[in-house]
Design a protein around this ligand. Structure first.
Ligand SMILES: [Zn+2]
Length: 379
C-alpha cells in the first residue's frame, strides 16, 4: 500500500525564490491547458497532450517532462471533478455532468508534480529538483513518526507543496500490508452529527467537546467575515488552518482507537457505504460546508490504518439503520424520538440513537459477509 509522507525542505533564499517561480509558472501553464481542455471538452491524457504539448512548451518555457506533467495534472483534475459531480447526482436520472462542470481554475501556488525525470534522491537527506533555471539540490528533514522511514521504499512521484511559506515534498512510499484476517464479528461504526462516531460497543467519540470547538470556529469565522478587512482575511486563513489541524488530529485519534480496538478484540470494522447515502443528506451537509466534519478524511484514515493492521473493513448499506430497532427489528421513523434517543415502539428497547444505529451496522456486516468485503483503494 502507498502512504504519503511530507518532507520539509530546508531552503536558502535563492532556492526558495527558484521553487516559487517554478511553481507559479507550472500553475499558469495548468490554467492555459485547463482553458483548452474545457473549451474542447477533452480530458483524455493522451489527446490533451497532442492538443496542448507544443503550446505549453513554447509559451511557458517548461521542460518536456514538466509539460507532460502539467497536462496530466489538468486531465486528472477534470476527471476527478466529473467523478465528484457524478457521485453527487447519482440519484438524478438523466443528469448530465456538463450542466455543472466549470472551467477549473488552478491556484497560483497549487501543488507541482515531480517524477523520476525531474527529481532524484541524492542521499544524506538531499534531493535534486528541477526548476526553470536547471536543477537545484536541497536538504529535507523527516520528523515525528516518519523519522525512521526507509527512503529506499520511497517513489519518485512527488508533489511539491507550499504552505505557510514553507515548501514540502509530499512523497509516496510503499509499506507492506498486513495479511487480512477474515472475520465474522465486527464493530459497527456509525458516523453522525451529534457524536462524530458511535460504535456498537456503546463507545461515543467526539460529542459535546467537538461540538463546542466546531461552534467556536463557526462563530469566529462569521465574525471575521463580517469585518471583511484585509487583516480579517488573514485571520480567517489562519483560522481555517487551525480548524483543519484540529479535525485531522481528532480523526487520527478516532481511527487509531477504532482499529486498535478491532485488533485487540479480533474483530473487523463495519462502516456505512457512502454510495447509499441519499442526496438530501449530502446537500444539507454541503450547506455549511466549512463547518461540517471531515468525514471523508476519517474514512480514509480508518481504511488505511485497518489495512496496515490486517483488519477487514466492511461497508454496508446504511438505509434505515437509524430507524430500525436492533433488538426486535421493528423499523419506524417514530422509534427515534429525538436526535439522541431511541425508544422502540414495539419492544420498548431504549438506547442512544447512534449506538443503536451502530449495532444495526454491525448486524448487517455479519449477514452480508463475504460479498461486500472491500478494502481501501490504493492511494
Ligand atoms: Zn424493538
Amino acid at each position: 500500500m502507498l502512504l504519503t509522507v511530507k518532507l520539509k525542505l530546508i531552503l536558502d533564499k535563492e532556492q526558495q525564490a527558484l521553487l516559487l517561480e517554478f511553481m507559479e509558472q507550472f500553475n499558469e501553464a495548468c490554467n492555459f491547458v485547463s482553458a483548452e481542455a474545457f473549451n474542447s471538452m477533452n480530458w483524455n491524457r493522451i489527446k490533451l497532450q497532442k492538443q496542448c504539448y507544443y503550446g505549453v512548451r513554447s509559451n511557458f518555457g517548461l521542460s518536456a517532462q514538466t509539460s507532460i506533467l502539467v497536462i496530466r495534472k489538468v486531465a486528472d483534475t477534470y476527471q476527478s471533478d466529473i467523478e465528484n459531480i457524478r457521485i453527487r447526482n447519482m440519484r438524478r436520472p438523466g443528469y448530465q455532468f456538463k450542466e455543472e462542470l466549470r472551467q477549473h481554475d488552478f491556484k497560483k501556488r497549487g501543488a507541482v508534480q515531480y517524477d523520476a525525470r525531474c527529481m532524484s534522491w541524492k542521499g544524506n537527506g538531499r534531493v535534486s529538483l528541477l526548476t526553470l533555471r536547471g536543477r537545484i539540490i536541497v536538504t529535507f528533514v523527516l520528523s515525528g513518526k516518519y523519522a525512521n522511514i526507509d527512503l529506499s521504499h520511497v517513489r519518485s512521484e512527488s508533489d511539491l507543496i507550499y504552505q505557510n511559506k514553507i515548501f514540502y515534498l509530499a512523497v509516496k512510499y510503499d509499506v507492506e500490508e498486513a495479511e487480512v484476517i477474515t472475520q465474522s464479528d465486527f464493530i459497527g461504526v456509525d458516523f453522525g452529527i451529534k457524536n462524530i462516531v458511535a460504535t456498537s460497543d456503546g463507545k461515543l467519540f467526539c460529542g459535546d467537546e467537538c461540538e463546542r470547538v466546531r461552534k467556536y470556529y463557526v462563530d469566529l469565522r462569521r465574525r471575521y467575515q463580517k469585518i471583511g478587512t484585509k487583516s480579517a482575511k488573514r485571520h480567517l486563513a489562519r483560522l481555517s488552518n487551525r480548524e483543519h489541524n484540529y479535525k485531522s488530529n481528532e480523526n487520527h485519534r478516532i481511527s487509531k482507537d477504532l482499529v486498535s480496538e478491532a485488533k485487540g478484540t479480533g474483530r473487523g470494522l463495519a462502516i456505512e457505504d457512502l454510495t447509499y447515502i441519499p442526496r438530501q443528506r449530502t446537500a444539507k451537509e454541503a450547506q455549511d460546508a466549512t463547518s461540517k466534519w471531515a468525514f471523508r478524511q476519517l474514512r480514509e484514515f480508518i481504511e488505511y490504518k485497518a489495512k496496515l493492521s490486517g483488519i477487514p473493513v466492511v461497508q454496508v448499506n446504511p438505509t434505515f439503520t437509524s430507524q430500525r430497532c436492533s433488538i426486535c427489528g421493528y423499523t419506524d421513523k417514530l422509534n427515534r424520538r429525538t436526535q439522541s434517543s431511541f425508544v422502540c415502539l414495539a419492544c420498548s428497547y431504549e438506547e442512544n440513537a447512534d449506538v443503536n444505529a451502530a449495532i444495526n451496522i454491525k448486524q448487517r456486516a455479519a449477514i452480508s459477509q463475504p460479498i461486500v468485503v472491500r478494502h481501501a483503494t490504493e492511494a
